[in-house]
Design a protein. Structure first.
Length: 318
């Protein structure tokens, strides 16, 4: 046997042996966003079931500095031993061309593990703003400084969706960035801004209570959690449909294939458990799934779709 083949074989055997003993200590999961946001909530709904299955504590750490860039840069440099993982929103795939401080590539410097959940985006407005339909929004948008949308941050899919709506409809929307979805939502609930495009998991409870008005789903199909809400095209405006949004698990580059597949199975098992899945769906999430390879394809698709939106809106890195 050639030396190169022997080295590969020994590496595989070593990885399998390591995977058999994994995990033997607590697993640390970094959420690079503030507490209470859609990514944080999803991670905390699924983590206890994973911990129960694995027999080890799962420690979730929120590290929202610089839009999560600091945390993801650190995760990229962490040990690829399965004890340092990250749960991120789909905007993670766009950070390299939206933030100057990003030193990593979402595919080259990380190992995608599992697409945990999807969270369709809703276009919502405050009921006091006199907007009941998409047509009302478009009419108000013809006036300067009439419409203000809050966003969870400069590099988020919420902001990119609003940029797409602005450019496609040729309307004026002033975007106000906040540090996370919870802060952006608070000002919308208080009527300080007109509306927001946000994850269903963040805004659906307030739509159901009447505090916000949903105009449309900003994706190609209606959401399972609120099938009565039309898509943007069904509501009377086509051309601004966004790719579906997701939340997923990543590990640093070098994470072994056996551990990646183990984690993929455990994440899906936990998110689809009878005492977890209903809670996720009630909160506005749609349970994901698939192999790590399918997740890689999804990331590439997301990256390309958002890159086109960034170029069309002439958004410069910050």
């Amino acid at each position: 046997m050639k030396l190169k083949q022997l080295c590969v074989l020994l590496s595989l055997v070593s990885g399998l042996a390591w995977a058999q003993d994994y995990p033997s200590k607590p697993i640390r999961i970094v959420v690079p966003y503030p507490p209470g946001g859609v990514t944080d909530v999803a991670a905390r709904l699924v983590a206890p079931k994973m911990s129960e299955t694995l027999g080890q504590p799962i420690i979730i750490e929120n590290q929202p500095a610089a839009g999560g860039v600091v945390a993801t840069n650190a995760l990229a440099r962490s040990a690829p031993d399965g004890y340092n993982l990250g749960v991120v929103f789909d905007s993670f795939a766009t950070n390299p061309f939206l933030y100057k401080g990003v030193t990593h590539d979402p595919l080259k410097d990380f190992v995608p593990i599992s697409l945990m959940v999807r969270s369709p985006q809703l276009l919502v407005v405050h009921p006091s703003k006199g907007i009941k339909t998409i047509q009302d929004l478009l009419a108000q948008g013809k006036e300067k400084n009439k419409i203000f949308f809050s966003t969870p941050g400069a590099g988020t899919s919420s902001r990119l969706s609003a940029e797409l709506l602005k450019s496609t409809a040729n309307i004026d929307i002033t975007l106000v960035s906040y540090r996370g979805g919870a802060a952006a939502l608070n000002d919308l609930l208080g009527g300080q801004v007109t509306g927001m495009i946000a994850s269903m998991a963040l805004v659906l409870p307030h739509v159901q209570s009447g505090k916000l008005r949903a105009l449309a789903v900003i994706e190609s199909s209606r959401a399972k959690a609120a099938p009565q809400i039309p898509t943007l095209e069904e509501a009377g405006f086509g051309g601004a449909t966004m790719p579906d949004t997701w939340i997923g698990y990543f590990g640093p580059r070098g994470l072994s294939a056996p551990i990646t597949r183990q984690l993929n199975g455990w994440i899906q098992q936990a998110s689809q458990a009878n005492d977890v899945r209903p809670r996720l769906e009630a909160a506005g999430y749609e349970v994901g799934g698939g192999t790590p390879e399918q997740f890689v394809d999804k990331i590439r698709q997301t990256n390309e779709n958002y890159r086109r939106i960034v170029a069309a809106a002439d958004i410069k890195p910050e």
